[in-house]
Design a binder for this molecule. Structure first.
Ligand SMILES: O=C(O)CCC(=O)C(=O)O
Length: 296
């Protein structure tokens, strides 16, 4: 019964999103596509960022493919401090909140992660800062910072949305970027790696039968589930990648029973109030969506 009801809801959402999907190849409303890209074009034409060729190449790749994997990992001692901080905080009920949609504990977020694990700041490496400056022409800010852990979802529950375990596109403005930082060791496609399709594949899937939240028919279904066409974030801990999760279809892998996978994520948006200051963490607001009663 619940499954039938969710199909109906999905179908309804899907119909509503259809025109924007055909035009833009993603699930964000027209206003989150068109106007946003204009903002970016204006910023870039006013003050192109003085960055090196490789940094610019990565920023350009985010425009065309929707993602960029950074070569240089975080400093090993910073990573160790973050991993120790994560291990300390993630089992503390006062510092965390369970946010799974059907089974609460399958995903647990740290409330105010910058306070609990201040060393997280060092995961935003000089390489990442350069790409941000190139992409946003220096005019960006951190919208929020997240640290979370996902766990196993029982087989008969895997077809439902618990955390981002079903293929989906976020509905943020298309100028929003997320930097994913691997903080668990030994992540593989089989044991829970985050995975995504690049922008050209996402467009194809969106236009050829994607319904919603892991549901698709026809060519979209085949392409979406073809492991050869997806990218897996199975890099060693300390490595990071930008992903435009509005333009790239993505999902979490599901860790095997008895295991978990952690993640740190920084979310960036353009700012119209000038270049970023010396400390990008100076005024990062608390994330209103990480709270008791909220869902992942
Ligand atoms: O890999 C994960 O834990 C899911 C992330 C995700 O879906 C998102 O950040 O939008």
């Amino acid at each position: 019964m619940v499954a039938i009801r969710s199909r109906v809801v999905y179908a309804g959402q899907s119909m509503a999103a259809m025109p924007a999907r055909m035009v833009y190849g993603n699930d964000a409303w027209a206003s989150n596509n068109r106007g946003q890209q204009r903002t970016l074009r204006d910023l870039r034409s006013q003050r192109p960022a003085p960055v090196d060729v490789e940094t610019q190449r990565l920023a350009d790749q985010i425009d065309t493919l929707g993602y960029a994997l950074l070569d240089a990992p975080a400093d090993p001692s910073a990573l160790r401090a973050v991993q120790a901080g994560y291990d300390n905080v993630i089992d503390d009920p006062a510092a965390t909140v369970d946010m799974g949609r059907r089974i609460r504990h399958v995903v647990r977020y740290v409330k105010d992660p910058l306070r609990h694990v201040p060393e997280m700041r060092e995961l935003l490496t000089p390489g990442a800062l350069g790409v941000l400056d190139a992409f946003y022409a220096g005019a960006w800010q951190i919208q929020h910072v997240r640290m979370w852990r996902i766990g196993h979802i029982p087989l008969d529950e895997q077809r439902y949305h618990h955390y981002g375990n079903q293929w989906h596109c976020d509905q943020h403005p298309t100028t929003t970027l997320k930097l994913f930082v691997q903080i668990s060791d030994g992540v593989t496609p089989e044991n829970g790696a985050f995975r995504f399709h690049d922008v050209p594949n996402t467009r194809r899937i969106m236009r050829t039968g994607f319904i919603d939240n892991g549901h698709a028919v026809g060519p979209a279904r085949r392409l979406m589930d073809d492991p050869r066409s997806a990218h897996y974030f199975d890099v060693p801990a300390g490595h990071s990648a930008f992903c435009n999760t509005t333009r790239c279809l993505h999902r979490a892998g599901i860790p095997p029973e008895g295991t978990t996978r952690g993640m740190v994520q920084f979310t960036f948006v353009p700012t119209t109030t000038g270049l970023r200051g010396a400390d990008p963490f100076a005024n990062v607001p608390l994330d209103p969506n990480v709270a008791e009663g909220k869902f992942a």
